[in-house]
Design a protein around this ligand. Structure first.
Ligand code: CA
Length: 128
């Protein structure tokens, strides 16, 4: 059985661990990156979905979003933006760039689970 791989780009260790713990519990494979540069590298391996924090050290989440959505190899990967309060401009920029949705921190686990389910591409071949 092939599990969907979710790439988590998040520099806050507590949030990354909490999200990873729950994603694995829900049956997903998870890879965590703590910088945008690392996230871009791993994204080229084709995860099913990317959870992207906006406030990252080095290149910003918005810039990561721009690069991912600007490249043919990665533009189809759904991106769910994670953002702290007060980053409305950056969130809007990401949505304009093609991000598929966002969650404001602190977010609830049920909301996270539901967003991920609806954003994952359908698997017409079934999970065999
Ligand atoms: Ca952050």
């Amino acid at each position: 059985m092939k599990r969907d791989l979710i790439l988590v780009v998040e520099d806050e260790i507590d949030i990354a661990e909490m999200v990873t713990y729950n994603l694995e519990r829900w049956g997903y494979a998870v890879q965590v990156c703590s910088t945008g540069e690392e996230g871009l590298q791993v994204a080229s391996s084709g995860p099913s979905l990317i959870l992207l924090d906006l406030g990252l050290p080095g290149i910003s989440g918005a810039e990561v979003c721009r690069r991912l959505k600007g490249k043919q190899a990665t533009q189809e990967i759904p991106i769910l933006v994670l953002t702290a309060r007060g980053h409305e401009t950056e969130v809007a920029a990401c949505l304009d760039l093609g991000a598929d949705g966002y969650l404001a921190k602190p977010f609830g686990l049920k909301e996270l689970a539901s967003r991920i389910r609806t954003m994952l591409p359908d698997d017409p071949a079934g999970r065999t």
